[in-house]
Design a binder for this molecule. Sequence first.
Ligand code: ADP
Length: 200
Amino acid sequence: MRLLLLAPPGAGKGTQGGRLAAWSGAAHIAAGDLLRAQARAGGPLGREIAAHQARGDLVPDQIVLDVLTPAVTEAAGRGGYILDGFPRTLPQATAAAELAARLGVTLEAAVHLYAPEAVLTRRLLDRARQSGRADDTADVIGHRLRVFADTTGPLVPYYAGRGILIAVDADQPPDTVAADIQAGLSALSLPRSPRPTPAE
Ligand code: ADP
């Protein structure tokens, strides 16, 4: 299975990404986690990533591609990938599509999780008490939601145009969201089972 989750902060892409990975056997690749790990590793690159993340700004495309490409390439060679938080800009989406075409492993579905901004803000503020993340403060949360709307929002029509978009209402309990995603995948005839070997 090869799919991506297109979802604003607080929509539950981490939760649904983990479930989809467990269910399908594909690798769950969370861009924010990989970038945070790189930030913790320090050095000039780590410090640059940490500064962007703390402000709630997107990390520059080239850095994201350098960090994400090895993980996506490796997963593509095995059971596939569930991309959580990547791509997040049109240039990232174009670069990812070129990489996938080169590897012969194109994307099968893009799952768009949507919810009203008030719901997303409330969830993020609830999570902020436990997360300890530098970007989980009221100001930065508002900025992250605006960045998503402006920069990642245009990916929704991009994937719809490719005929692989599944839009799911994320303002529902996690089991219901998961069931709606499954229904959307079935409508696209996914997952595709391996071709049976013809009998002799
Ligand atoms: P959330 O979706 O709640 O913002 P993530 O962990 O997915 O949480 O992302 C946290 C931060 O990591 C983003 O605000 C951004 O700084 C950085 N980030 C994650 N994915 C990308 C990406 N694909 N491109 C650029 N920056 C990214």
